[in-house]
Design a protein around this ligand. Structure first.
Ligand code: SS9
Ligand code: ZN
Length: 340
């Protein structure tokens, strides 16, 4: 198993998040990666540095103005005499204007965000860029003939839309990987998102695309983050109609119920006949996750890996969520081992 990781992830650290109305230390923290790396070392796998890419590659799935904002946001913040972490406090909701990018920094911060849970610190851009490079490198290796590759991305990416950040995500690593596979000439690519939270950003990016399938199993947005997207009736639009499949499940879902839905989700992937698969691998479906409510146990992750690997597709696995830090490494490696 080819594994890509950058130590630059650690530059994104130190923020607080507004979590269900309380300001708490961010659950998305550097130690998540340390635990995953420790489990990878125990499995005896090597970890490689990602290749370098020009920032222009991000325009394949993100708006140019959004990328420019992310790149320069903290320097602007400093320019205003501020330090610490940046969090937005107001957003353009219904009835307000979204067609004008406001001039002021704090106004722009809310314009490009969709929650107050994703702090930007000095190293956020560098970390997000390195994570995206890991996903792109994994995709390039699969294009070059590897059966599978894993990108140990942090910060995660699946909540980042074409022009917005949130849910700890800034650049959409999985979307960048899928687009990279398309650009390399693969005609159809499927994205399977198993993170507890709906991959609203990935859905947004490929909503009108008939060449990239998006299939997601996640907590019901009626009660679970990101709340405002992820329902079963969202099927895609235009050329992408029928290429988006959401499977919201109730709190408390265990492997018995989860695996039945997984079979249906995998059927959608098979029906699409993709040449490659991108897996948004969030292990916050684990019963011990502090911000999620499914009940998969450690022994279920090898089963999850085996079912996905049985598709027999060239596969890029991209790290998304997982906040039960002590168990995150074992659960991730259990899935990866099925591809080894
Ligand atoms: C907004 C913060 C909620 C978001 C959780 C994102 C999980 C990413 N009040 N936290 S996999
Ligand atoms: Zn998640």
């Amino acid at each position: 198993m080819k594994i890509f990781h950058s130590p630059l992830h650690a530059l994104h650290d130190g923020g607080m998040e507004l979590h269900r109305g309380a300001l708490v230390p961010s659950y998305e923290k550097p130690s998540r990666v340390d635990h995953i790396l420790a489990s990878i070392a125990r499995a005896g796998w090597a970890v490689e540095a990602p290749l370098a890419y020009d920032d222009a590659v991000f325009a394949s799935v993100h708006d140019a103005d959004y990328v420019a904002f992310l790149r320069g946001a903290y320097e602007e913040w400093r320019g205003e005499g501020r330090d610490g972490f940046m969090l937005p406090g107001a957003f353009p909701a219904r009835g307000m204007r979204r067609d004008r990018v406001p001039a002021g920094l704090h106004a722009r911060l809310g314009y490009y965000a969709f929650d107050a849970g994703s702090p930007i610190v000095e190293g956020t851009w560098q970390a997000a860029r390195a994570a995206a490079h890991c996903a792109l490198t994994a995709a390039d290796l699969v294009v070059a003939g590897e059966r599978s590759a894993y990108a140990l991305c942090r910060p995660p990416g699946h909540h980042a839309g074409r022009g917005m950040f949130g849910g700890y995500c800034f650049l959409n690593n999985a979307a960048l990987a899928a687009q990279r596979l398309r650009d390399a000439g693969l005609e159809r690519v499927a994205v399977l998102d198993v993170d507890y939270h709906h991959g609203n950003g990935t859905q947004d990016i490929f909503w009108e695309r008939g060449d990239v399938l998006f299939v997601s199993i996640h907590g019901d947005p009626n009660t679970e983050y990101p709340f405002y997207l992820g329902h079963a009736d969202e099927r895609g639009a235009g050329a992408g109609e029928g290429c988006n499949h959401n499977f919201p499940l109730p709190r408390g879902t265990d492997w018995a119920a989860y695996s039945a839905t997984l079979e249906t989700a995998l059927e959608r992937v098979v029906d699409f006949a993709p040449q490659a698969l991108v897996v948004s691998l969030g292990v916050d479906i684990f019963e011990g996750d502090p911000i999620s409510q499914f009940r998969l146990v450690a022994a279920d992750f090898p089963r999850l890996g085996a079912r996905i690997a049985a598709l027999g597709l060239p596969t890029v696995l991209v790290q998304e969520g997982g906040y039960a830090v002590a168990e995150i490494g074992e659960n991730v490696v259990s899935v990866l081992a099925a591809f080894d």
